[in-house]
Design a protein around this ligand. Structure first.
Ligand SMILES: [Zn+2]
Length: 186
C-alpha cells in the first residue's frame, strides 16, 4: 500500500525485510529460494553469483518473524526469548564481527558469505538501527491479523495502525461488533 509510511537507511532495510510478506492480504515475496536470492541481490546484501537453498529460505523467514517480534516492543508488546534466540543464532552463524572503516566509523560485518552472510548483514542493520532513537518509531500495526511494520511519523509517536483507513477502521469495527455480541449474550 502506497500510503503506508516507510523509513530510510538501515531502518528502511529492516522494515522492507519484515514487510516482504503482507500477513493480512498477501502476497508473500519470499516464496522460494530464488526469490529470496533476488531480493538479497537487489539490495546488495549478497554476491550476485551466490546460491540459495530451501534451508536458507527457512532461516530467512524465521529471522524475519523474529525481527517482527522485536519491533513489537516499540508498540508496547513484549519480546519473546525464542525471537532473541533466532536473532542471536543468525548473528553467530554469519560470524558477525566489528570492522572499522576509513570513514572513521565502526560496523558489524559477517565473515560468512552466501545467504548466511546476507542474513548476518540484516542482523547488523537491526543492531545499527536499534542504536538510533528513530528505532522506536518503527512499530507493528495494532491489528493482530496485520502486524505490518510501519514508521510512525506522528509528533508524539502515538500511531497504532499501519493505515487508519484500513486497519484502524477495521479494528474499530471489530471491537464494536465484539462489544455488541457481548451485550446480546447478557
Ligand atoms: Zn495494519
Amino acid at each position: 500500500m502506497s500510503d503506508r509510511e516507510t523509513a530510510d537507511g538501515v531502518l528502511g532495510l529492516v522494515q522492507a525485510f519484515v514487510n516482504t510478506v503482507d500477513l493480512q492480504d498477501g502476497p508473500e515475496e519470499l516464496t522460494d529460494p530464488n526469490t529470496l536470492r533476488s531480493w538479497l541481490v537487489a539490495r546488495r546484501l549478497i554476491e550476485p553469483d551466490a546460491e540459495a537453498e530451501e534451508t536458507d529460505l527457512k532461516h530467512a523467514i524465521a529471522l524475519r518473524e523474529a525481527i517482527r517480534g522485536l519491533i513489537g516492543r516499540n508498540s508496547g508488546g513484549r519480546v519473546y526469548p525464542v525471537d532473541l534466540a533466532t536473532l542471536n543464532e543468525a548473528a553467530a552463524r554469519s560470524r558477525l564481527r566489528p570492522r572499522f572503516g576509513t570513514d572513521g566509523r565502526g560496523r558489524l560485518e559477517p565473515d560468512a558469505t552466501g545467504v548466511i552472510g546476507a542474513l548476518g548483514r540484516i542482523v547488523a542493520a537491526v543492531y545499527a538501527a536499534m542504536a538510533d532513537p528513530e528505532w522506536r518509531r518503527l512499530k507493528l500495526c495494532g491489528s493482530s491479523t496485520c502486524r505490518w511494520a510501519f514508521y510512525d511519523r506522528s509528533r508524539n509517536q502515538s500511531s497504532r495502525w499501519c493505515t487508519m483507513a484500513s486497519c484502524g477502521n477495521r479494528e474499530k469495527a471489530r471491537r464494536f461488533r465484539t462489544s455488541h455480541r457481548h451485550e446480546a449474550a447478557v
